[in-house]
Write a protein that binds this ligand. Structure first.
Ligand code: AMP
Ligand code: MG
Length: 350
């Protein structure tokens, strides 16, 4: 029997194709006028699910999948046909890119500016030398990292219109923001098909259109970073609930230490703070994806300072001491799903 799979906020679950068909039928049968359809596929190195409610649900899903595939071809760091690949291997500047890529780069650079470089879309020289793209992991010496960090200064990038100018040797890595962007672009397509209610799970990035078809908020599981399953549920129709987790991709070095895929651009080393996961909740995927990575790098105390200056989103940060840092805007809509004996405590940020 053919197997397919999907993520619920980072949790990979395998289900049979039969189950999908059954679910789709069940969804359809409990609706009167509208139809519902779900589509599962792999893109951007992860499993994705688009679930739409509306008369054109199936056609809309189809187009959303196509669109996400086409965006991967624009922004992939490894595909030689991508615009980011062309930028990363340019022999001279400026390099002209599409409006979509230029727009995404501008947003990425503005988050870099706003976070004082905690978010850095130019870390590819560093992330690749640790082997994260090719999964051939190593621990580079600091002297090598120090040299590579000179190629990671995002302040040296200038974008005018669609023309990008960088310094020779610089390389972009939009892994921290690309899936959120794909979600926003997919949502535009779904809306063109008249979809007013949808849930997208792009490898654990949850994005929604409107509310559930019955008019109530979506319930979104927040992954327990310490073990399988959800730690809590968030009821929201904000639009984007995006999590960065240290558990998503990491390797254990010969020294027995865990090295994760989110990097501190000031050292060139994987972040090694007390953050287990960081979730940003807001209206757009691009911003929240950029933010989830930013919050992870900043750590809880600096994340609070950042949020006080930029209060246009909410966040959940779970730290190693089992504290759940939660901004006040979502205090009432977050429900802890683990018992008291699990030892978690909630700290509300006002
Ligand atoms: P996310 O899961 O959204 O936090 O994205 C993690 C990915 O973002 C990594 O796999 C890298 O491709 C990239 N990345 C790592 N560190 C950073 C950083 N400090 N700023 C921006 N992107 C990063
Ligand atoms: Mg991110």
């Amino acid at each position: 029997m053919k197997l397919t799979s999907f993520h619920i906020n980072g949790k990979k679950t395998f289900i049979t194709l039969t189950a999908i068909i059954f679910t789709a039928l069940a969804l359809t049968s409990c609706r009167t006028k509208e139809t519902a359809a779900a589509k599962y596929f792999e893109s951007m190195n992860t499993f994705m699910k688009v679930q739409c409610y509306g008369d054109n649900a199936e056609a809309a899903n189809e187009e959303a999948q196509k669109l996400i595939g086409s965006l991967e071809k624009l922004i992939s760091v490894t595909k030689p046909e991508s615009e980011i690949y062309a930028l990363n291997h340019a022999e001279s500047y400026p390099v002209e890119v599409s409006e979509k890529t230029a727009g995404l780069l501008k947003t990425a650079l503005s988050i870099a500016e706003n976070s004082d470089g905690a978010f850095n879309p130019c870390l590819y020289p560093v992330t690749s030398t640790w082997g994260f793209t090719k999964k051939s992991y190593r621990i580079p010496p600091q002297s090598e990292l120090d040299k590579l960090l000179k190629l990671c200064n995002w302040r040296n990038v200038k974008i005018e219109g669609n023309k990008v100018t960088a310094q020779p040797g610089m390389m972009f890595d939009l892994g921290g923001i690309g899936k959120g962007f794909a979600g926003d672009e997919a949502i535009k397509v779904l809306k063109q098909y008249g979809i007013e209610s949808a849930l997208l799970d792009l490898g654990g990035n949850i994005q929604t259109i409107g509310t559930k078809p019955d008019g109530t908020d979506w319930t979104i599981g927040i992954k327990n970073p310490f073990e399988e399953g959800a730690i809590g549920a968030l009821k929201t129709s904000a639009g984007a609930v995006i999590t960065s987790g240290g558990y998503e991709r990491f390797f254990i070095g010969d020294d027995g230490k865990r090295y994760i895929h989110i990097f501190d651009g000031s050292t060139g080393r994987p972040v090694d703070n007390n953050v287990q996961s960081a979730t940003a909740i807001g209206s757009t995927g691009t911003y929240c994806d950029g933010l989830s990575t930013t919050l992870f790098v900043l750590g809880p105390e600096r994340a609070v300072q950042f949020w006080k200056k930029n209060p246009d989103f909410d966040f959940i940060i779970i730290t190693s001491d089992k504290t759940i840092w939660l901004t006040k805007g979502i205090e009432k809509s977050f429900e802890l799903l683990v018992g008291e004996d699990a030892g978690f405590k909630i700290k509300v940020i006002e």
